[in-house]
Design a protein around this ligand. Structure first.
Ligand code: SMO
Length: 717
């Protein structure tokens, strides 16, 4: 899957495009990684939150006296102590987003089970836990009111009504994408250290966005940004769930300021389920107007997103992304889109690997599959006939997106050739005739990879060594490896000569962080531009190599002129056990277009990791609340995540078209696995269930769900 940008013939191939092993792995695999909880200073106090056990409810009384007088307790704070503080920013990407509160500790009322009501700081964790249990909370539950709309926005392109009026067929799909947990291995964690002498705050956070956390903390606590240092050391996964500042993190900082002692908090797994941001939780519907010859004439699509009880920074991003993507890879002249979001008395929602892309792909791919069935056309043939030709790309989309260069026909061609699709179909038909319940599902997807800017500084020490500082951070993606490759390739040196610094606001230029599949495309382009600039600066002194060149330095803030969009195609085949409904994914064949690839091994890892999470949400994951708002999936005993043995055989191929959107020509890969794979699995299961008359089945496609659907619709034989 190796792709190299064109280079002069006499220049030997550089490290760009090579599957170099990760420089991070030596420390991580030897247990020498340094995660927030590994960094606690010896005199660090322990913080525990008292959380709401029922909601919504009026807070009648919070009595901290008994808890506060227990041995070792240094501080108890309740909502009254956080009155008057500021709040974290929200990315208002939609029209008329209603203002939302941002409580650090609940005052007057609690809105969701798990919301922090008080915090306790003590010498030991056990003392803090005991004291937290001794805090008395009196609540009066009240009836949850109807969902309050937080925004509604529409986009229209072309004459949609006219197109539907002249359609030969109209197909419709309604679906619910369940609420799921991002499930980073490392839970949220924070250590705060207040330096009273300098009025300065140091904060170690397990975060994707240290600079954003710094400005949020400054606004909340009324501090100068320059007085705050945020460090994201090794971060054990994030997947979108650590892209927003949490009330708990502000609470840790506040406690440290009050006590003038380091204070640390590490969330338990239960606290992650209860109060960290979840993902998805969207209801979608759509209708596709078809000409008699199978052309897609018009699309109407609607998304209704749940936002939770407070707004994470990116709370509206999933709904906005879903709209931005539609109609995906397909050429449709008339499109009407409508997005809505509503608050709910539940844990907050935010971006989670995919962030609206999986939802949009699912809606579109289900519609296309249904269209193929209605028309009696092969679903791959129908897709090919309706995708944009490479010559028509880039292409503007109705809700403001801009489809990047891509070769959708070639993606489909490669995936069907590799899967031996005609034979796969024939084989499935034969097995079906013999009584098997089996199906094949296809998905074609696009993956927008972030907009805006990222920063990089690059310094030469005068002796052939380089220090690269990036505003993009890392949570295990191998950024230190990939960014060193990019810089080294341009500088003409070995990657080992480049030390990459990230995740520390005191040591890196202000940047966005690691999210939205943007780091290589935008952060990597910043590195590429910085390296080119440094070569320019060194100029003629480079004649005798870097070791003889004087020390020099450059800083770049790279603004991506456009957004890179990755794409790909998947084919999944499934067999369902007729007696139990257990779905077995037999094979996934997947072709991805990641543009210019910096390190194929890292791309492969990202794609497979995303696939595992995509498979999890397709087959087993779902956050469930009961009618009283109690979380039923509060531990890994109740919330199923895939294990290694659940991962089917995967054939992964690359079909790169360089991006037109950035210097490097790179596209993202971080989210692809949660976009195409789930839609292909859904289509495969629904294909298997055609003989049972089942037209619609929502995630997760558990054995029970499938079995019940088979029973409800009766047998086909
Ligand atoms: S869901 Mo991602 O970390 O933008």
């Amino acid at each position: 899957m190796l792709f190299r940008p064109p280079r002069e013939e006499d220049v030997p191939p550089g490290p760009l495009g090579a599957s170099l092993p990760r420089v991070e792995d030596d420390r991580l695999l030897r247990g020498k990684g340094r995660f927030v909880s590994d960094l606690r200073p010896r005199d660090c106090l322990h913080l525990v939150f008292v959380r709401a056990v029922m909601a919504p409810a009026r807070l009648v009384r919070v009595d901290a006296r008994a808890g506060g007088s227990l041995p070792g307790v240094r501080l108890v704070l309740t909502g009254a102590d956080t009155a008057g503080l500021g709040k974290a920013a929200v990315n208002a990407l939609v029209d008329g987003l209603a203002d939302a509160n941002w409580p650090i500790l609940a005052r007057d009322r609690v809105e969701a089970v798990g919301q922090p009501i008080a915090l306790v700081v003590a010498d030991t964790l056990a003392q803090a836990q005991d004291a937290a249990e001794a805090v008395i909370v009196d609540c009066e539950p009240f009836q949850e009111s109807a969902p309050v709309p937080s925004f509604a926005q529409e986009w229209q392109h072309g004459d949609v009504d006219a197109a539907f009026a002249q359609a030969a067929h109209v197909v419709r799909v309604e679906l619910e994408y369940p609420r799921v947990a991002p499930m980073a291995l490392e839970p949220r964690a924070a250590i705060a250290h207040w330096h009273a002498g300098e009025s300065a705050l140091s904060l170690w956070l397990s975060t994707q966005t240290p600079h954003r956390a710094r400005s949020d903390i400054a606004a909340i606590l009324g501090l100068d940004e320059a007085a705050i240092r945020v460090v994201a050391p090794d971060v054990g996964g994030a997947f979108g769930g650590k892209a927003s500042l949490y009330p708990e993190e502000a609470g840790v900082a506040l406690a440290a300021m009050r006590l003038d002692r380091p204070v640390g908090w590490t969330a338990t797994r239960s606290e992650e389920f209860l109060a960290a941001a979840h993902g998805r939780a969207q209801k979608l519907s759509g209708e596709l107007a078809l000409a008699a010859d199978g052309r897609f004439l018009a699309l109407r699509a609607e998304v209704d997103a749940e936002l939770g009880h407070w707004l994470t920074y990116s709370a509206v991003v999933p709904a906005r992304n879903a709209m931005r993507i539609l109609p995906g890879p397909y050429k449709i002249d008339a499109v009407h889109l409508r997005a809505r979001g509503h608050r709910s008395m539940r844990a907050p929602l935010g971006i989670y690997r995919g962030a609206g892309r999986p939802e949009a792909a699912m809606l579109m791919e289900r519609l296309v599959e249904r269209a193929a069935r209605t028309l009696g056309t092969d679903p791959i043939v129908l897709r090919r006939a309706n995708t944009h030709a490479p010559a028509d790309l880039p292409q503007h989309l109705p809700a403001g997106g801009r489809l990047d260069r891509s070769d959708f026909a070639e993606l489909l061609e490669m995936v069907q050739r590799t899967a031996d699709y005609p034979r796969l179909r024939a084989h499935a038909l034969r097995r079906r005739a013999e009584g098997a319940v089996c199906g094949i599902g296809i998905a074609l997807y696009v993956e927008p990879c972030g907009q805006g800017s990222e920063s990089a500084t690059l310094a030469h020490d005068g002796a052939g060594r380089f220090t690269l500082a990036t505003g993009a951070t890392a949570q295990g993606q191998g950024r230190e490896t990939a960014f060193a490759q990019i810089a080294a390739d341009v500088l003409g040196v070995a990657p080992e000569a480049v030390t990459v610094v990230h995740g520390d606001t005191a040591a890196t230029p202000a940047g966005i962080g690691a999210l939205a599949s943007r780091s290589t495309a935008i952060g990597g382009s910043a590195v590429y531009e910085a390296a080119r600039r440094l070569v320019e600066i060194a100029g003629s002194t480079l004649a005798r190599g870097w070791a003889a060149a004087p020390a020099c330095k450059t800083a770049v803030r790279y603004m991506a002129p456009e957004e890179a969009w990755a794409s790909g195609a998947c084919i999944a085949s499934v067999e369902i056990d007729r007696d139990t409904g257990v779905p077995a994914i037999e094979r996934i064949v997947w072709v991805d277009d990641a543009g210019v690839v910096v390190n194929p091994m890292l791309v492969d890892g990202q794609l497979r990791g995303g696939l595992a999470q995509g498979l999890g949400e397709a087959l087993m994951e779902r956050i469930v609340y009961d009618a009283q708002g109690q979380l039923l999936t509060g531990s890994l005993m109740d919330y199923a995540v895939p294990r290694a043995s659940d991962i089917p055989p995967v054939t992964l191929l690359s079909c790169p078209t360089p991006s037109a959107a950035n210097s490097l020509g790179a596209k993202g890969v971080g989210e692809a696995g949660t976009i195409g794979v789930p839609a292909a699995i859904a289509n495969a299961v629904l294909d298997a269930l055609v003989p049972f008359g089942v037209e619609c089945l929502d995630f997760p496609l558990r054995a029970e769900t499938i079995w019940r659907a088979m029973q409800d619709r009766g047998d086909d034989r």
